[in-house]
Design a protein around this ligand. Sequence first.
Ligand code: GUN
Length: 299
Amino acid sequence: MTNIIDGKIVAENVVETVKRFTAELTGNHGVQPGLAVVIVGEDPASQVYVSSKSKKAKECGFLSVQHTLPADTSEADLLKLIGELNADKTIHGILVQLPLPGHIDSGKIIQAIAPEKDVDGFSFINVGKLGTGEVDSAFVPCTPAGSMLLIERVRGKDLSGLNAVVVGRSNIVGKPMANLLLAANCTVTIAHSRTKDLPALARTADILVAAVGRPEMIKGDWVKPGATVIDVGINRIPAPEKGEGKSRLVGDVDFAGASQAAGAITPVPGGVGPMTIAMLMANTLVSASRSAGVEPPAF
Ligand code: GUN
């Protein structure tokens, strides 16, 4: 029987731990974790993501601050806001929702965030720590960190001897995911749009992570029997069978086909998705704990 990995349950466990430690940190040490989320412009998908991040932060007992800026905000004004948040002692995590409008240099903005408040894990310091195996003191990007927790639930923490294939080489998911798997002793291959014979490569994977943003691209017969399949994709596609103009969410993996072969697989929705926000809460709590000199919980 294929194990359908329930990301909602694992995410809820993470959030429960965050709530418990937040109450302790606030009550016993006088430090309430503070998360500032910044959004520029009106992209509807980004607005949904940002409001769920702010809402979850409140639910965890955090100070939750949201800055909603107009699409024509200048780069200088955004840098000024980041400078203020960097200096603000009540704020332990800063997240600037991507993508930013085209006239703003995202790289410049990301690198302006103080590394010790970079709960997205995108700054050079945090990327470098992860790349050199300093995983414990890094902030790891939330989606790969959450994916890794799901993999650990199935395979344990030590993945020695397992072949992992990560499809996708983005800075947000593919590259940090590969580094996490390497730190856990996998033999890791990163595949991308120029990779030759992707189906054959995918079939070598004991752990297959799909993060390409292409609906149902990974087919059932690309999956090695018994493999752990982690589907990071969230794609909205037309669903005329549900009625005119209706749509549905699918991952980067053909779930019906892949679940025949996989030993364990994440569904979309309800797999990796809920983990991303949970790990953002975890990273913010870790940041606040570090600022208070308190040992953070392990996730
Ligand atoms: N846009 C899509 N995913 C992310 C993420 O993990 N962090 C930020 N800041 N923006 C995103």
